[in-house]
Write a protein that binds this ligand. Structure first.
Ligand code: TRP
Length: 362
């Protein structure tokens, strides 16, 4: 049977937050521990991060360890999962260069995530070529490891589509070589795109609306207690709205019935709490306190594991170094196959010399 392989990753441009956690990290740990996968790779995408941070390499460098600590603290186990740094695997850039010949400029221009990012970064008039082509480099990341499964957030869907197109094109032109990957999205709708604590659609460091995995208990509590709710829910007895109510979106993403038994036994489940809120008579503070308990319960073991790993940065460094070496070996195998398929493996077999000798011998 074909191997089941996971490849996924994150740009190291900041600490990871609860949106990353419910959107992908939690699932990765479950998949890792399911024992269903033959190989699992998680990549710190520093080269991709540089595509829109060319003038700020220090930011990328500073966040390598942060992201590695975030991975380890949520339960990514280096004995089961290979954690590596993208720029250390030179084969990835080589693969991307060949894939570039299979993608048109107009196709790249249609990528909705890239479009949104260009707008957000005010790149409209001067898009760096590297940034523009990062979906191709992402196809290299995924295919280099023959990934069958790519657990990511919803915003990465266009990258997986682009990867599939490259795989199909490559295999059609050069023969069956690359593996067609499947995206794995969160099944819970609230987890697809967790809003910021201010209710804005996107969590971003500059907006100050993220709850980070590494944040102290009291800071998390403050953020939860000041979360955006229903602005028309002024008095407790007023009926409250759930749409756009960040506290309830977070509850959708984080809580289960067990949390009610533990922290809010007057309700059996979230449906009952929602019904009371909509009817009126339930205050925001009570709901926020409950959410705080739920989130703290989730973050407590993560915080504790992080504190341990922070005491052993040398070990984390070794994990990254060994992981990067292992990843490089894997990617090198695929690159060799790609070059063989493209018949640019001149020195790897006697074929090229034989054929050329024949041609020039009279
Ligand atoms: N684009 C991803 C992000 O912004 C990071 C990434 C790079 C990635 N290469 C990947 C994710 C390959 C999954 C597979 O977080």
């Amino acid at each position: 049977m074909a191997e089941k392989i996971i490849l996924t990753g994150d740009r190291p441009t900041g600490k990871l937050h609860v949106g990353h956690y419910v959107g992908s990290l939690k699932r990765r740990v479950e998949l890792q521990n399911s024992g269903e996968f033959d190989k699992i790779f998680i990549m710190i995408a520093d080269a991709q991060a540089l595509t829109d941070n060319a003038d700020n390499p220090a930011k990328v460098r500073d966040n390598i360890m942060e992201v590695a600590l975030d991975y380890l603290s949520v339960g990514i186990d280096p004995a089961k999962t290979c954690i590596f740094i993208q720029s250390h695997v030179a084969e990835l850039t080589e693969l991307a260069f060949y894939y570039m010949n299979l993608v048109t400029v107009s196709r790249l221009q249609r990528n909705p995530t890239v479009k949104a990012e260009i707008q957000m970064r005010n790149f409209e008039t001067s898009i760096p070529v590297g940034f523009f082509t990062y979906p191709i480099s992402q196809a290299a990341d995924i295919t280099a490891f023959k990934a069958t499964t790519v657990p990511v957030g919803e915003d990465q869907m266009p990258m997986i589509e682009q990867t599939k197109e490259i795989v199909h094109k490559f295999n059609a032109v050069y023969g069956e070589t690359l593996v067609d990957p499947q995206i794995l999205l969160p099944s819970n709708k609230a987890c697809l795109r967790l809003p910021g604590t201010d209710g804005k659609a996107k969590m971003s460091k500059s907006l100050g609306n993220c709850i980070y995995l590494s944040e102290a208990e009291e800071d998390v509590r403050k953020k939860v207690m000041s979360m955006f709710t229903d602005p028309d829910h002024i008095r407790i007895e007023d009926p409250g709205k759930l749409e756009g109510n960040t506290v309830f979106t977070y509850l959708d993403a984080f809580c289960n019935d067990g949390h009610f038994a533990e922290y809010l036994p007057e309700y059996a489940n979230l449906d009952e709490l929602k019904a009371h809120y909509q009817r009126g008579g339930l205050g925001d503070v009570k709901v926020k306190k409950f959410l705080n308990n739920v989130i703290q319960e989730e973050l407590r073991p993560i915080r504790a594991r992080r504190a341990e790993y922070e005491q052993r940065i040398g070990d984390v460094y070794d994990i990254l170094k060994a992981g990067s070496e292992k990843a490089r070996e894997e990617a090198a195998k695929t690159l060799a196959e790609v070059k063989a398929a493209m018949k640019i493996n001149y020195f790897d077999t006697p074929e090229f010399l034989e054929e050329q000798s024949k041609k020039y011998s009279k």
